[in-house]
Design a protein around this ligand. Structure first.
Ligand code: GAR
Length: 321
């Protein structure tokens, strides 16, 4: 069984979504484990439940602390628990930009509306006042702008005659309890799914000029320079030669550079069989928190060292300025 992703859940209140996440993680081969439940309110009922379930807990009231200091303490607890993702479940604090940026792509939230409708508070009252036929809930990535990150999943919940904000909220929560565990499992599971990783790599590789894709020894490969004379600049290697890695193979500048990368960051780089001997490095993709900008940079670099002069000449000129 593949290793599970480690998630920390942050709550402020009842923690019913946290409970749904915990119980879903105990059923079958769920892609994540809840390794920490943390709160800004030591009285949050969810903390007791988490403790009873044998999950580490952490609580720190925010009163009297700056936002940055409180965020830093929460983040320290998350790191201490060795969590790779932060999952906000009714965590009613605005987070500082720097904190959010450090966890970009690794922090999720659930919001009780059909985003982009009704960001912020009082979502149910606003949906009722507007006369909407449906309310709902959205799971989204957290970005510095409030409730504005990419929406990963949504469920619609009909509004019925006589609904109050409270009656609607409790029905929306039923939907949330189904949606959140699934959306979290699907999202954190992506980093170990070869077809999702290949799709993402392909998108970046084929965005570079004059590239095409051609299989080489059973692996997808990416070439530059045209049908006839094209040269490979990248390969996608799915657990080759007994490694557990799903990886991008890219050209480095020298064997020294390759060995240095492997020695200093073995969690990211490795020396692949065969290709390693000619200076290709393996960059591991099936790990949490892959920085895809960095992957894109590796692709560009590798593309450049394989591309014909007529394509790189302009870039070389630009570099001299
Ligand atoms: C949930 O409905 C969640 O969507 C909402 O708080 C509730 C928490 O309930 N979150 C927000 O409003 C975030 N802006 P819970 O503590 O029972 O999970």
């Amino acid at each position: 069984m593949a290793e599970k992703a480690r998630i920390a859940v942050l709550i402020s209140g009842a923690g019913t979504n946290m409970a749904a996440l915990v119980y879903a993680s105990r059923i079958g081969d769920c892609a994540y484990d809840v390794v920490l439940v943390a709160s800004n309110d030591p009285e949050a009922p969810g903390l007791k439940l988490a403790a009873a379930e044998g999950i580490a807990t952490f609580a720190l009231p925010h009163k009297g602390m700056t936002r940055e200091a409180h965020d830093a303490a929460m983040e320290a607890a998350v790191r201490e628990a060795d969590a790779e993702y932060i999952v906000l479940a009714g965590y009613m604090r605005i987070l500082s930009d720097a904190f959010v940026q450090r966890w970009q792509g690794q922090m999720l939230n659930i919001h009780p509306s059909l985003l982009p409708l009704y960001k912020g508070l009082d979502t149910h009252a606003r949906a009722l006042t507007a006369g909407d036929s449906h309310a709902g809930t959205s799971v989204h990535l957290v970005t510095p702008e409030l409730d504005a990150g990419e929406v990963l999943a949504q469920v619609r919940v009909p509004i019925v005659t006589g609904d109050t904000p409270e009656s609607l909220a409790s029905r929306v929560k039923l939907a949330e309890h189904q949606l959140y565990p699934r959306a979290v499992a699907e999202y954190v599971g992506r980093w170990r799914d070869p077809s999702a990783l290949l799709a993402r790599l392909r998108e970046h590789a084929l965005a570079l000029p004059e590239t095409d894709e051609r299989e080489s020894h059973g692996s997808p490969g990416f070439r530059v320079g045209g049908e006839k004379t094209g040269k490979y600049f990248a390969y996608f290697a799915d657990q080759h030669h007994g490694t557990p890695h799903i990886a991008l193979l890219a050209r480095t500048g020298s064997m020294d550079e390759l060995l240095n990368l492997v020695e200093t960051q073995p969690e990211v780089y490795f020396k692949p069989a065969y290709y390693g001997a000619s200076g290709w490095v393996g960059i591991i993709l099936n790990r949490p928190g892959v920085d895809w900008d960095e992957i894109a940079t590796w692709l560009q670099r590798s593309w450049r060292s394989a591309a014909p002069k007529r394509l790189t000449r302009l870039l070389d000129i630009a570099d001299t300025f």
